[in-house]
Each structure stands twice: as C-alpha cells, then as structure tokens.
Ligand binder design. Sequence first.
Ligand code: FPP
Length: 228
Amino acid sequence: MDINLPRHVGIIMDGNGRWAKRRHRPRSYGHNAGMDAMIQIVKRAKEWDIRYVTVYALSTENLKNRPQEELDELFNLLRKYFSNHVKELHKRGAKVRVIGDKEPLPADVKQLLEEGENNSPPDGEFTLTFAINYGGRAEIARAAEILREQNAEITEQSLESRLYTAGIPEPDLIIRTGGEVRLSNFLLWQAAYAELYFTPVLFPDFTPGEFDKALKEYSRRTRRFGGI
Ligand code: FPP
C-alpha cells in the first residue's frame, strides 16, 4: 500500500456495549473484546511505523455516569493490561503515557498506570497514550489554571505546552467506531486540523483490515491546513 501515513492516530473506541448486547452477553464481555481489538490495532499501527496512537479508554463522563459494576470491569481490564501487556510494549521499545485525571481512580490502578509511564524507555520509537478519566475541556481549563498560577503569558504555544499531551504531536487522524459522528470531548484542542474518520463498525469488530481502510481514506484526502 503506497500511502501517506499519519504520524499520530487517535481512536474513540465506541460500540463495545452494543456488540455485547447483540450477543446477549454483559457489557463487560464487549469491553473484553474491545481490549483484544485494541491490542491488534496497536500491533498494526506499529507495523505501519505510525509513531503515536492515543486511545480513549474512559472519559470523565463515563466515570461519572456508568454503573459502578461496569466501571469495576473497566478497571479490571486496565489492571490486566497494565500488569501484562505494557511490559511487553516496553521490551519492544514503546512508551506508555496516560492523559487525564488519575486522582479519582482506585489507588492500585493509579499506581499501575504510573508505573507503566515511569518504566517506559526514554527514547521510545512508539508512544501509546491512554486517555483515562480524560475530557478535552477540563484539560484546557487545567492548562489555563497552570498558566495563571505561573503568572505566564497566554499564547497558543504556552497553553499547548501545559496540556496533558505536551510533547506529543497533534493527531493527524481521529477514528471513531460505533456509528456516532462526534468527538465527545476527545482531544478538542489537538484535533483542530485532524482528519476525522467515522465508521459504523463496532469497536470489537474493528480489525486491522478496518484500520487499514481508515489509513487509505486518510491518504486520499488532501490536507490543506486552511490554505487552498
Ligand atoms: C465505549 O463503548 C467504550 C468504552 C467506554 C471503553 C473502551 C475500553 C476498551 C475498548 C477496553 C480497552 C482496554 C484497556 C485496557 C484500555 P460503549 O460501552 O459506550 O459501547 P456502546 O456505545 O455500544 O454502549
């Protein structure tokens, strides 16, 4: 495939619940399948030499509005992923980052996430970022608050450098599975010039082949950055 590839892909992994419902299984079954799909997509992204992938694993709204039982299942998945797969990623030279407010998370989950970040190789060739208890508006408000505390000048650059994503290039492509056509508070500032790709495919069915389709579509679009 001779294509212009994105450097950074963001993914809104939606549709796990509906996928499970169609199979008459609990929502947690869908999240489990979603984690497997995510692992395959990350592998594929690395094969394409895409340098940054950011996945929306839990929004601030999810944390507030989902039943505790479902949140517990999602925390269990994070425990599983961060105790097993993250070490494998590190061994392969990948960095792990977490964006969002970790404070309200269970203490052991918070610790696992921090270990995953801190044990990352410093010069990783690939960065996988998890948005967890993340909201784009809260991120921008937090950056503004930091600027105020530092009595710093407010410019696009100064604000950007106080976002959780400081140091990560902005996403070139944002994919949303599951049929909804919105950003839902994901990387609001960073998505200013991102190409958006929406697919009805539910996330557990979002195979590497589906990911390739999104990459093909991305390469087909002309990126003008507001010019002509
Ligand atoms: C949205 O689907 C998905 C989530 C709220 C969670 C995403 C999490 C995963 C894919 C698991 C990832 C695993 C780790 C370890 C990060 P939904 O439940 O809103 O689906 P629905 O719209 O069909 O109800």
